[in-house]
Design a binder for this molecule. Structure first.
Ligand code: IPM
Ligand code: MN
Length: 357
């Protein structure tokens, strides 16, 4: 098969990590007889520099015309002083919205060979941790009405969180479908003791699950308690569904608990197979261009693309196994390095993973 992949390398370490993932996809193509065609488009800070806009029209068109999108990371200090709607991040939020990608799946898994990289006590993680965060991606406060004005001569800024029943139902469906293949338990995270939008969230998730997935048990956890439980006993969670902002925050936390944010990939999908696949980490401008960045999250994201957009499960498994074997051989990038291991650069890590396929 021939697959068209749009690549949005972005800023900072974005180009080096997407290069690593492309290298691995090329190897998969050779072995499993697929052709992957990569077309690069501008998005984020690099797009601002070239075109003045974080998400050029051509990028949206190119992504819509492709089979799927691979993304690196966007942003950096260079663009930090721009107004909100001109920032690199606006490009990322904009492409998610333009492609209708409401469902963001972020599996935080502890790799057995990295159990010692977790900042948690070994007893807490030794039996494995796999938290699958299902984050609503194109609603809530990141897309709500906002403003900057003045009250009595004093500057004042505001953002709003709004969720409609259908937005909650469609993300609840994704979480329930996933949980049906796993523990049949969905943890729904909200702040229903304070927020009106959370109360509707909670009610809707329960009603939806009871009606369409009677076998699923929905457990509610308040977001502040959730932040604590993730470090207290992460193994208690399986599928977690939550809003855009809570999912953003909790997925970084879950990533660190499982070793390194450099290991976590995510898929974003809507109602078609055209998805966007990216690492959950940012553009790390401080280490950009130094060959220090860990490409594994992006390589895993590319693997998720094969599995979730193209139905290539064997190929996904081959990537996962290759990563595991390179880790088992003791190779580590700086972020997951521990004493006695072999420290290598990001480029070599990608090469080794490609070679292990
Ligand atoms: C993420 C990032 C983005 C988000 C930013 C860069 C807009 O933090 O993908 O988690 O908040 O969604
Ligand atoms: Mn984030």
């Amino acid at each position: 098969m021939n697959y068209q992949i749009a690549v949005l390398a972005g800023d900072g370490i974005g180009p080096e990590i997407t290069d690593g993932a492309i290298r691995v996809l090329q190897k998969i193509g050779e072995i499993y007889h697929h052709t992957f065609e990569f077309t690069h488009y501008l998005m984020g800070g690099c797009a601002i520099d070239e075109t003045g806009c974080p998400l050029p029209e051509e990028t949206v068109k190119g992504c819509l015309a492709s089979d799927s999108v691979l993304l690196g990371a966007v942003g950096g200090p260079k663009w930090d002083s721009l107004p909100g709607d001109k920032r690199p991040e606006k490009g990322l939020l904009g492409i998610r919205k333009a492609l209708g990608l409401y469902s963001n799946i972020r599996p935080a898994k502890l790799w057995s060979s990295l159990a010692h990289a977790s900042p948690l006590k070994y007893e807490l993680v030794k039996d494995g941790v796999e938290i699958i965060i299902v984050r609503e991606l194109i609603g809530g406060i990141y897309f709500g009405e906002r403003g900057l004005d003045e009250i009595d001569g004093e500057k004042s800024a505001w953002d709003t969180e709004r969720y409609s029943v259908h937005e909650i139902e469609r993300i609840a469906r994704i979480a329930c479908e996933l949980a049906m293949k796993r523990s049949k338990i969905v943890t729904s995270v909200d702040k229903a003791n304070v927020l009106e939008s959370s109360r509707l969230w909670r009610k809707t998730v329960h009603e939806y699950a009871a009606k369409h997935f009677p076998e699923i048990e929905v457990r509610d956890v308040l977001v502040d308690n959730m932040a604590m439980q993730i470090v207290k006993n992460p193994a208690q969670f399986d599928v977690v569904v939550t809003s855009n902002i809570f999912g953003d925050i909790l997925s970084d936390e879950a990533a660190q608990v499982t070793g390194s944010i450099g290991m976590l990939a995510s898929s974003s999908l809507g109602d078609t197979t055209l998805g966007l696949y990216e690492p959950i980490h940012g553009s790390a401008p401080d280490i950009a261009g130094k060959d220090l960045a860990n490409p594994i999250a992006t390589i895993l994201a590319a693997g998720m693309m094969l599995r979730d957009s193209f139905g290539l499960t064997k190929e996904y498994e081959a990537i996962e196994k290759a990563i595991q074997s390179v880790l088992d051989e003791g190779y580590r990038t700086a972020d997951i390095y521990s004493e006695g291991m072999k420290k290598i650069g990001g480029k070599e890590m990608a090469e080794r993973i490609a070679a292990a396929i």
